[in-house]
Design a protein around this ligand. Structure first.
Ligand code: ZN
Length: 445
């Protein structure tokens, strides 16, 4: 990357023209034969006019800010994850604009997790021999000890509950404490390593976020991984809350649950994805006994699947978004995804096998918007990534109704519940920077 204000002068071109590297480069652009243009399976979805009472949407944000311009560098992030419940009975569904803030005040309830995540060179002044990494580990633990409501279990309780039979985990990770050779000890909440120093361990250490922690540069990525885990755990926590009692199970039938982003876990927390999948299947089994399935999905606004949808919904005559009729749902199975999107051999390991707890559907809404969604893997059919018939997508008709009715004209392919969740989760950069600097005012004489 060039420095700011720096422009290429062309001097380098002279030597580049004579260079071996240029002459020897053998690459060519991979082209597709016309005959094997992608032709994904269109899903036949019986439709009705069902709408949920409420939509519950989860979204989060982190902004990373350097807190001291001196040396060495230091950084913290502001984390905010919002869980917003929108009462659709108060919404006029014929108006596709977003209602005024006053209307939302009456129709929605929000819970937010707020936390300041420490990064490089931030320590606890009252802890002797403290390190930034240890501080970060403790704050991750505190974050996961958060609850959505007094009656809910905490997020770390959710982790403990869904991993109770951890037969999948092979070797324990190493102890995160500096210079400790032990494997990570097992315990609940806050406990001690079995080593001589009896160093502090946290239940959240199992996520190994500290392995991504840097003592010398920005920790935006490590903090972003924490945020994504909090988002996914908030969703699972809320589903478990309603599934825990027979009296509240009906909420899972009458409401729809939405995550901003795909139903997946990446990075250090990815090991939890199969447990989330099992838990959603367990909850769905409970619902099935009462005659319904869960309506849980994720919405992604960018990435390879969004681009792929744009590419295939095109004709030479009509241009972009001219190929598929409105209300077309396309169901993707593993071979198609490998061949056309992941660009791997068809029989390679299915995309998302270890990280996803949802199945991809491309949907062109009633108004012609594009929606790339993942519907929750909630039953045996959806676990089979080579299948893409209707049983793989529980409640898909109901989910598509929600997409059709809650699109918004304000943003291309915008979706009202996520616009609202984002309104609660987003931190304006300038304001967030001021907040963070305020925290450290006076701490440096
Ligand atoms: Zn240790």
């Amino acid at each position: 990357m060039p420095y700011e204000g720096e422009f290429a002068t062309g001097e380098s071109l002279l030597s580049l023209e004579r260079s071996e590297a240029l002459r020897e480069f053998q690459g060519s652009v991979r082209k597709r034969e016309e005959a094997d243009a992608p032709n994904p399976a269109v899903l036949t979805v019986p439709r009705n006019s069902w709408m949920p009472n409420r939509v519950v949407a989860v979204d989060g944000s982190t902004i990373n800010v350097p807190v001291d311009n001196g040396f060495p560098m230091a950084d913290v992030s502001l984390l905010k994850v919002a869980l917003v419940s929108i009462d659709l009975s108060k919404l006029n569904l014929r108006e596709r604009e977003i209602p005024s803030p006053r209307v939302f005040y009456e129709m929605e309830r929000a819970h937010t997790f707020d936390k300041v995540l420490p990064g490089a060179n931030i320590i606890r002044p009252n802890v002797q021999g403290d390190t930034p990494k240890d501080f970060f580990r403790e704050v991750v633990q505190e974050t996961l000890e958060g609850k959505i409501g007094a009656a809910h279990e905490s997020l770390i309780d959710t982790v403990r509950a869904i991993t109770a039979n951890r037969e999948r985990v092979g070797k324990r990770p190493r102890c995160p404490v500096e210079d400790c050779e032990n494997e990570l000890g097992i315990g609940e909440g806050r406990y001690e390593c079995g080593c001589e120093r009896k160093a502090a361990l946290y239940e959240a250490d199992i996520f190994r976020f500290s392995e991504r922690f840097s003592d010398v540069s920005s920790n935006g990525e490590a903090h972003g991984e924490v945020r994504h885990l909090v988002e996914v755990l908030s969703l699972v926590n809320v589903l478990r809350f309603f599934a825990s009692k027979d009296e509240t199970l009906g909420y899972l039938r009458d409401n729809v649950f939405i995550l901003d982003g795909p139903l997946a876990l990446f990075g250090h927390a990815a090991w939890l994805a199969p447990y989330v999948r099992d838990e959603i299947c367990r909850i769905n089994d409970k619902c099935r006994n009462k005659g319904f399935d869960l309506a849980v999905f994720g919405v992604e606004k960018s990435g390879a699947f969004v681009e792929h949808f744009n590419q295939i919904d095109m004709t030479p005559e009509g241009g972009p978004r001219s190929k598929y009729a409105k209300k077309t749902a396309i169901a993707l199975e593993a071979r198609y995804i490998n061949r056309n999107i992941a660009l791997r051999p068809e029989d390679a390991k299915p995309h998302g096998k270890d990280t996803y707890f949802g199945r991809k559907v491309l949907y062109k809404t009633a108004t012609g918007d594009h929606a790339v969604i993942t519907t929750a893997i909630a039953n045996e059919a959806s676990r089979d990534l080579y299948r893409n018939d209707e049983p793989c997508y529980p409640r898909v008709g109901d989910i598509l109704n929600v997409l059709d009715h809650l699109a918004t004209y304000l943003y291309t392919d915008g979706f009202m519940p996520l616009v609202r969740a984002n309104a609660h989760a987003a931190i304006p950069l300038r304001r967030g920077t001021d907040i963070i600097h305020g925290l450290f005012d006076g701490s440096h004489p």
